[in-house]
Design a protein around this ligand. Structure first.
Ligand code: C2E
Ligand code: CA
Ligand code: CA
Length: 577
C-alpha cells in the first residue's frame, strides 16, 4: 500500500509516520505542502492520502478539493487538528473516505482507517463504472452517454464546433426475441454492437441506451451530407445477415440524427429530438434515417396538447353528437341515422373528428370516448321512445381499438340493458381493418354481437385491402360504399366499376349497401340505377342536432316499425348495363 502523508508539522509527521511504519506493506511518502502533494500524486501509484487540513498553502475544505482534483482515484483520509463536526460532515459528503482527529485516533485505528478508506474508494469507483456500463454489449449505458454528451457539448461550445448525435433502433428486434428467444436476442444485440463499433472512429462515443436502442456521438461531423453518409453506412452494416444460434437473421435499423447546437443546446432535449427523428424514420418505412426538424417537434407538441385537451373534454362533457339521416331512395323516407361526434373546444373552436379521432385512437382515449357515444345514443333513443316518437336504427362508429377490448360485446350489452334499448336499433360501423385481422378474438366478438342482435356495418368499404373471402366468414349486415367512390362517379370509370362490384358482392352475400357522401342528383341517379337503395349525404341532410332530427322521425312514422327487421327493403333493381 502506497501512502502519501501530507503534513507540515514535523512532530505530527514523525509520530504518524512511526504509527504507519509498523506495518511492512506500507510505503510512505511525505509531502509538506499541498503543492508538493500534488506533485507527488502526479507521479501516480498512490492508494491513499493522509491529509492534514492545516497546511502552509491551504486549510480545511480547500485541501480536500485540491487533492481530489489532482487524483480522482485515490482514497483520502482527512486529519483535523481538533474536532469539528460540521466540517467533518461536509468533508465526508465530498466523498472523502474518512475524517480523523490528530492525537485522538491513534495507534492501530489509524492504519485500519487507512486500509478501510482504500477499500471504500475502490468500491465507489467500481460502482460508478458499473452504473455507466452495459454488461451485455460492454458499451456504455444511457447514464454514460448522457455524461459524455454533456462533456462533448461543453467542448463544442468552447471550440464553436458541432456534434452529431445518431439514435438507432433495430426494426425487427422484438420479432427476433419472440421467435428465437431472449438468448438469441441478446446475441443479436452483441453482434450489432460489434458491427457498429467497426463504423466509429477513435474518439466517437457509442452506447446502448436500453433495449434495442443505440446512440453514437460524433464530434466534428458538422454537415448533413457527412452525417447522412455515416448513417447510410450504419444502415448497410446492420442490414447484412447475422448468424445467430444456427439461424440466419436479417434486421434493419431506423436512425434519427440531430446536431448540437444547431437543433438544440439542451443535452436532454438533444437525445429526445434524435429519438423523435428516429420514430419518423420508422414511420416512413424503416431501414432509413431522418434528420430532426423543428416541425417534428411542433407536431409532437401539438399531438400531446390535443391529447391532453381530449382527456379534459372527456371529463368535462365537452363532446356532443350530431345525427345524419340515411334515406331510403325508393320511398324517400328516413331509414336510419348515423351518430357523429362533435367537439367545440373552448381553446380551438370546432375541431373536426378527422383531426381528433386519430389522436384519440393513438392515445387510447377513443375507448372511453366510444363508450360515451354509445351511451349517449342509447340515452337519446330511450328519450325518443318515451316521447312516443317512431324510431329508426342509429349507427355508432366503433374504432378498431375499442372493438379489440376483450369485454367489448359485454359492455355493448350492458349499455343496451341499462337503457332498455332494442338491440336492432343500434348499428355498429367498423372499418375493414377489423376484418383483415381475421383473428379468433375478432370472430368471437362479432358473433357475440350478432347473437345480441345489434347490426354490423363495414364503413368506408372499398378503401382497405380486405380480402373478400373474409366477408363470407364474418356476420355482417351492411356495406357502406366509401364517399370517395361516390364523389368520383361522374369522372372516374374505376369508381363506377368499384361501386358496381361492391353492390353485386353485397347482393350475393345478402348484405345491405349504403352509399355515403351523396351530394348530387347525378350521383343519386347512378346509385339507383345500379341497385343501391340507401344513401346518406348532404343531398338529403347535413349532420344535425337531436332536436332537429325529431320532426324527421315523425314524418317517417308511416314506414317505420319500432324495431326494424334486419333485412332491408330490396326492391327489384333495374338491370343496369
Ligand atoms: P365516417 O364514419 O365516414 O363519417 C361520415 C363523414 O362524412 C362525416 O364526417 C360526415 O359529416 C361526412 N359527410 C356526410 N355527408 C357528406 C357529403 O355529402 N359529402 C361529404 N364530403 N362529406 C359528408 P365527420 O363527421 O367529419 O366525421 C369524419 C370521420 O370521423 C367519420 O367518418 C368517422 O370515421 C370519424 N368519426 C366521427 N364520429 C365518430 C365516433 O363517434 N366514433 C369514431 N370512432 N369515429 C367517429
Ligand atoms: Ca361512419
Ligand atoms: Ca364512412
Amino acid at each position: 500500500m502506497k501512502l502519501l502523508l501530507v503534513e507540515d508539522n514535523a512532530e505530527d509527521a514523525r509520530f504518524l509516520g512511526a504509527l504507519l511504519h509498523r506495518s511492512d506493506d506500507v510505503e510512505l511518502v511525505h509531502a509538506r505542502s499541498l503543492h508538493d502533494a500534488c506533485g507527488a500524486l502526479a507521479a501516480g501509484g498512490f492508494d491513499a492520502v493522509l491529509l492534514s487540513l492545516q497546511l502552509p498553502d491551504a486549510r480545511g475544505m480547500e485541501c480536500v478539493d485540491t487533492i481530489q482534483a489532482a487524483d480522482g482515484r485515490v482514497a483520502v483520509v482527512a486529519l483535523a487538528g481538533q474536532p469539528d463536526e460540521a466540517l467533518a460532515v461536509d468533508i465526508l459528503n465530498k466523498g472523502v473516505q474518512d475524517y480523523l482527529v490528530k492525537w485522538e485516533d491513534q495507534g492501530r485505528t489509524l492504519l485500519r482507517s487507512v486500509r478501510y478508506a482504500v477499500e471504500r474508494k475502490r468500491s465507489a469507483l467500481q460502482l460508478s463504472q458499473l452504473a455507466q456500463f452495459d454488461p451485455l454489449t460492454e458499451l456504455g449505458n444511457r447514464q454514460y452517454f448522457q455524461d459524455q454528451l454533456q462533456r462533448a457539448t461543453a467542448r463544442a461550445r468552447r471550440e464553436g464546433s458541432r456534434v452529431a448525435l445518431f439514435f438507432l433502433d433495430i426494426d425487427q428486434f422484438k420479432m427476433v426475441n419472440d421467435t428465437l428467444g431472449h438468448q438469441a436476442g441478446d446475441q443479436l444485440l452483441q453482434e450489432v454492437a460489434q458491427r457498429l463499433a467497426t463504423q466509429v472512429r477513435a474518439g466517437d462515443i457509442m452506447a446502448r441506451l436500453g433495449g434495442d436502442e443505440f446512440a453514437i456521438l460524433m464530434e466534428g461531423v458538422s454537415s448533413a451530407v457527412d452525417a447522412g453518409n455515416i448513417a447510410q453506412q450504419l444502415l448497410d452494416v446492420i442490414e447484412a445477415p447475422f448468424g445467430i444460434d444456427g439461424h440466419q437473421v436479417q434486421v434493419t435499423t431506423s436512425i434519427g440524427i440531430t446536431f448540437y447546437p444547431a437543433d438544440n443546446n439542451d443535452t436532454v432535449r438533444l437525445l429526445k429530438n434524435a429519438d423523435i427523428a428516429m420514430y419518423q424514420a420508422k414511420d416512413s418505412g424503416r431501414n432509413n434515417f431522418k434528420f430532426f426538424t423543428e416541425r417534428m417537434h411542433t407536431e409532437l407538441v401539438e399531438y400531446h396538447e390535443l391529447q391532453h385537451d381530449i382527456a379534459e373534454a372527456l371529463r368535462k362533457q365537452g363532446f356532443h353528437l350530431v345525427f345524419q339521416p340515411k334515406v331510403n331512395l325508393t320511398t324517400r323516407r328516413l331509414q336510419g341515422l348515423e351518430a357523429l361526434l362533435r367537439w367545440d373546444c373552448p381553446k380551438r373552436g370546432a375541431v373536426s373528428p378527422a383531426k381528433f379521432i386519430p389522436v384519440a385512437e393513438a392515445s387510447g382515449h377513443i375507448v372511453p370516448l366510444g363508450y360515451w357515444v354509445l351511451t349517449s345514443v342509447c340515452e337519446i333513443l330511450k328519450r325518443w321512445e318515451q316521447a312516443a316518437l317512431p324510431l329508426v336504427p342509429v349507427s355508432v362508429n366503433v374504432s378498431t381499438r375499442q372493438f379489440q377490448q376483450a369485454d367489448f360485446s359485454r359492455r355493448v350489452a350492458g349499455v343496451l340493458e341499462q337503457f332498455q334499448v332494442a338491440p336492432q336499433l343500434v348499428e355498429l360501423e367498423m372499418t375493414e381493418g377489423l376484418l383483415m385481422q381475421d383473428t379468433d378474438a375478432a370472430h368471437r366478438t362479432l358473433h357475440e354481437l350478432r347473437t345480441l342482435g345489434v347490426r354490423i356495418s363495414i364503413d368506408d368499404f372499398g378503401t382497405g385491402h380486405s380480402c373478400l373471402s373474409y366477408l363470407r366468414r364474418f356476420p355482417i349486415d351492411v356495406l357502406k360504399i366509401d364517399r370517395s367512390f361516390v364523389h368520383e362517379v361522374g369522372e372516374s370509370e374505376d369508381s363506377r366499376i368499384i361501386i358496381d362490384a361492391i353492390i353485386s358482392l353485397a347482393r350475393s352475400l345478402r348484405l345491405e349497401t349504403v352509399a355515403e357522401g351523396v351530394e348530387t342528383n347525378a350521383q343519386l341517379d347512378f346509385l339507383m340505377e345500379r341497385g343501391c337503395f340507401i344513401a346518406q349525404g348532404y343531398l338529403f341532410g347535413m349532420p344535425m342536432s337531436a332536436t332537429q332530427v325529431e320532426p324527421l322521425l315523425r314524418e317517417a312514422q308511416d314506414d317505420t316499425v319500432r324495431a326494424p327487421a334486419c333485412a332491408p327493403p330490396r326492391p327489384a333493381r333495374a338491370t343496369g348495363s
